[in-house]
Write a protein that binds this ligand. Structure first.
Ligand code: BEZ
Length: 253
């Protein structure tokens, strides 16, 4: 992974093209099993769709995200949402649980994120999350490498993402003081109802914006052409090669 993302997050675009993200997050909320009266931190809350579900279980939820437009959308739902980057958590022993869906892979450095999560939890607290795992969107990343290489650019140097294996992330969690109760890689082919082009617009500015503006549309089309035989089914539906890493870890009591 190269470093911090410069991706611009629009809550309106996200709701139109990426509403599947919170929809697929239901099993992670189930693994969290929020209880009435608990105080829970939602790390990388996006527009707050899953935060609302956690709050509906009777928990008090503080939601944080680095993107102001997403936080504004979460606040508009009546949530306690704050603009805080994941590597700058300043909470001290105040949460029963920290929850995160589809966000950790954008956060760097991971050591700072995990130290902040551990600090935010009460002793015995739990960290339940899902993020992109090893091989996530492998075909899409490989297409970017091929298309940007034609332009003399190594896409790996632009990647804002970190997609670890279960063994690698277990080691990180343990180094941060967690006991890992469960951790698994879960392949999850993901239908892109709005198409691959809309997905690329929503999530891949870090790769496309470094190109000269006049070349971006052509590069995007080359990526689509490369992936069409791999990721589009015979009905025309694009299905992205998502792979999740899901875990539940606890701090010693
Ligand atoms: C993900 O949630 O795995 C993901 C989303 C956008 C870009 C890359 C990965």
């Amino acid at each position: 992974m190269a470093g911090s993302s410069k991706q611009h997050w629009s809550a309106e675009r996200y709701a139109a093209t990426a509403h599947f993200v919170p929809a697929f997050g239901a099993p992670v909320v189930e693994l969290l099993a929020p209880q009435p009266g608990e105080r829970i931190l939602d790390l990388g809350c996006g527009d707050g769709v899953l935060t609302e579900k956690i709050a509906a279980a009777g928990a008090t939820v503080v939601a944080v995200d680095a993107a102001p437009d997403m936080v504004a959308a979460a606040k508009a739902k009546g949530l306690d949402a704050r603009v805080v980057p994941g590597q700058s958590l300043a909470f001290e022993r105040e949460f029963d649980a920290v929850f995160s869906n589809a966000a950790l892979h954008w956060m760097h450095p991971q050591e700072a994120v995990l130290a902040g999560v551990a600090r935010a939890l009460k002793p015995g607290g739990r960290f339940v999350a899902e993020m992109g795992g090893h091989n996530n969107t492998a075909a899409i990343q490989t297409a970017f490498r091929a298309v940007l290489r034609r332009r003399g650019i190594e896409a790996l140097n632009l990647s804002p993402w970190y997609f670890p294996s279960a063994a690698a992330y277990r080691a990180r969690l343990e180094a941060a003081g967690f006991r890992v109760e469960e951790i698994a890689i879960v392949p999850r082919p993901t239908p892109l109802e709005a198409g691959l082009g809309a997905w690329l617009d929503t999530f891949t500015e870090d790769f496309l914006n470094p190109l000269v503006p006049d070349d971006r549309a052509a590069a995007k089309q080359e990526i689509i052409d490369l992936l069409q035989p791999i990721l589009q089914d015979e009905t025309g539906l694009w299905i992205a090669d998502y792979v999740r890493l899901r875990f539940r870890a606890t701090l010693p009591g």
